[in-house]
Design a protein around this ligand. Structure first.
Ligand SMILES: [Zn+2]
Length: 145
C-alpha cells in the first residue's frame, strides 16, 4: 500500500496565521493532552496525537470558547457543546489531511455529546468554518489573506 499523499499543512505557519501562540505545557495533570487559554495553546509533550490536539485547542480559541472562559460565571456555550465543537473540528482536519486520530475524535465527541445525537445547525456551521480556517492557515494558499 503506498502512503497516502498528505497535503502540506504546517503547524507553525497555521498558528502564526491564526495569531495563536504555542506556549510551554505547564499543566499539572499528566492525563491532560493540551489546553487553550485566551489566544494561546499548549500541547503535552507526551501526547500521542499532538496534531489532533493542536486542531482541538486551536478550535477552542477560534470558536471563541477561551474568551468566554474569562467570564467564568456566565458560561455562554455549555461545556459539552464546546468539547463537541472543538473535537468535530479536529476530526474534519484529521480527515482532510489523512492524519491518524479520527477514531479517537469520534469517541471523544460521543463521550461529550452522545451517540447519534444531532449537532445543532449553528454549531455545525461553526465547525465547518473553523476547520476550513485551520486547514487554509497551514497551507501555502493560506498565507496571503
Ligand atoms: Zn477541549
Amino acid at each position: 500500500m503506498p502512503e497516502p499523499e498528505i497535503p502540506a499543512w504546517d503547524r507553525d505557519r497555521a498558528l502564526a496565521t491564526l495569531q495563536i501562540a504555542e506556549v510551554p505545557f505547564d499543566h499539572l495533570d499528566g492525563n491532560c493532552f493540551g489546553f487553550a487559554r485566551e489566544r494561546s495553546i499548549a500541547i503535552n509533550p507526551l501526547n500521542p496525537l499532538p496534531h489532533k490536539t493542536v486542531f482541538h485547542e486551536a478550535a477552542h480559541v477560534l470558536l471563541g470558547h477561551t474568551s468566554e472562559g474569562i467570564q467564568a460565571d456566565s458560561d455562554l456555550t455549555p461545556r459539552n457543546l464546546r468539547e463537541c465543537e472543538a473535537e468535530a473540528v479536529a476530526l474534519l482536519c484529521c480527515a482532510a489531511l489523512s492524519l491518524p486520530g479520527i477514531d479517537e475524535c469520534r469517541g471523544y465527541v460521543q463521550h461529550w455529546w452522545g451517540q447519534g445525537r444531532e449537532i445543532p445547525e449553528r454549531s455545525a456551521q461553526r465547525i465547518l468554518k473553523t476547520a476550513d480556517q485551520i486547514l487554509k492557515a497551514g497551507t501555502e494558499q493560506g498565507v496571503r489573506s
